[in-house]
Write a protein that binds this ligand. Structure first.
Ligand SMILES: [Zn+2]
Length: 430
């Protein structure tokens, strides 16, 4: 295998700190062959720049960007998650193929300019207006390819419109009628994906959209295939109450009792999860994806982040409803909301006491692990998925290497991102 280029920036993120003098030898297959000092001569010098791994957005519903700016008037009194969901369903009913594609493309392009190089698209909006042929799945893959984004299409299983209820209205466009048709579609998608930048994962939308037997069957088959499995869990108390009524236990307890929890399982939100259910889930290697901006926008509540971290929980982050697309802001909000509620600073600190390094890990490595992707790290054997930061950009204020990670995350440094690379292919951002 040949060397495509040898890259050196002033500072390179190692996973723990920024270091100078590190060279990335990148092969012509787009993978990093070597990271070190010395080695072959530098062919590309990124002067006055820092290199980070591209951000990994572990949870998105791209089309929901179409709701941006709407639903923020409350003429009839205050709203909640469920009134927001009605507005979302209204949009869903109106979207045709072209509009769906354009929204997906817009969201994915905005992600790329925000330094996101991989997205886990939790996709349950399968059908066109008058068809049930899953053609929106292909549109999502095409939009990600056009935007130049690495994607894990987390294919959604969605059979019921609430526990024991049929799908109604716009929900019918989410329909997966049964397990057989779901797996047939997954096999079709496997033949369609571009293996260089596209892969698949399995999703049960939530306990509202699939019953425990279906969730167990989906998960068992996902495990057999070695695919990541994601599910919305306990974002809203109403979901817990409905689940208690139907199955006499909350969703997370059901998952713990019905599934052989493994590190391929990611529970999204866990806003109201009982501490013991969470511990049991994490002990067995389960992961948690938090989406602080969406959880705030939808008035969900505040998850027990210190509890998750104390139990060594692997947290990743997602932009979810895409009202705002910024991984630095997701990371910042994760820490700030905890500061406000606990009146303590440094809640999300790692063993070294470093909040920024911990948050960066959530936004890169942990997201990649939750998506079953080999990315999120600048290391030999990983694809050259990178983002370059202009060290002289005024938003950073010229900090030294020890303050840079915190300046990027707490200063919201998207403006300082000059370029991103996926598999060694660079895209410059204006
Ligand atoms: Zn979601």
């Amino acid at each position: 295998m040949g060397i495509a280029h040898v890259l050196e920036a002033d500072l390179t993120w190692t996973g723990a700190a920024f270091e100078s003098g590190l060279r990335l030898v990148i092969g012509d297959d787009g993978n990093i062959l070597e990271v070190g000092r010395g080695g072959p001569p530098v062919s590309h010098r990124l002067t006055r720049h820092a290199l980070l791994p591209g951000f990994v957005n572990a949870h998105s519903h791209a089309f929901q960007i179409g709701l941006r700016g709407s639903g923020e008037r409350y003429d009839g009194g205050s709203g909640d998650f469920w009134s927001w969901r009605e507005a979302m369903y209204e949009m869903v009913e109106a979207l045709d193929d072209e509009a769906f594609y354009e929204l997906s493309l817009r969201a994915f392009r905005e992600m790329r300019s925000a330094g996101i190089t991989s997205v886990g698209e939790f996709h349950y909006f399968h059908h066109g207006r008058d068809s049930a042929d899953f053609r929106f799945d292909s549109l999502v893959l095409a939009a990600a390819a056009q935007a130049g984004l690495r994607i894990v299409l987390l294919e959604g299983y969605y059979r019921t419109g609430g526990i024991g209820r049929p799908l109604a209205g716009g929900q019918r466009r989410f329909a997966t009628p049964d397990l057989d048709s779901y797996w047939r579609q997954l096999d079709r998608l496997a033949a369609e994906t571009d293996p260089r930048t596209q892969s698949l994962g399995v999703v049960a939308h939530s306990i509202r959209a699939a019953d425990p037997d279906e969730i167990a069957a989906l998960y068992a088959e996902a495990e057999r295939r070695g695919l990541p499995f994601h599910i919305h869990v306990e974002e809203q108390r109403q979901e817990i109450e409905a689940c208690l009524e139907a199955y006499s236990r909350p969703p997370m307890e059901l998952l713990n009792s019905r599934l052989e929890v493994s590190p391929r399982l990611t529970a999204v939100h866990c806003t109201h999860t009982d501490v013991r259910d969470m511990e049991r889930f994490l002990e067995r290697g389960g992961r948690v994806c938090l989406c602080p901006l969406t959880e705030a926008a939808l008035a969900d509540g505040i998850p027990d982040v210190p509890g998750i971290l104390a139990a060594d929980g692997a947290v990743c982050l997602g932009t979810d409803c895409n009202a705002r697309i910024s991984m630095t802001e997701e990371a910042r909000w994760l820490e700030y909301v905890q500061r406000l509620t606990r009146r303590r600073r440094g809640v999300v600190r790692g063993e070294t006491g470093d909040v920024a390094a911990t948050l960066l890990r959530f936004a890169t490595e942990n997201g990649a692990d939750a998506l079953g992707l080999r990315t999120g790290r600048i290391a030999a054997g990983y694809p050259a998925d990178l983002l370059a930061i202009d060290l002289d950009h005024p938003v950073l204020g010229g900090p030294g290497p020890t303050r840079l990670a915190a300046a990027i995350l707490f200063g919201g440094a998207e403006a300082a991102i000059t370029a991103t690379a996926i598999g060694g292919h660079w895209l410059e951002h204006a």
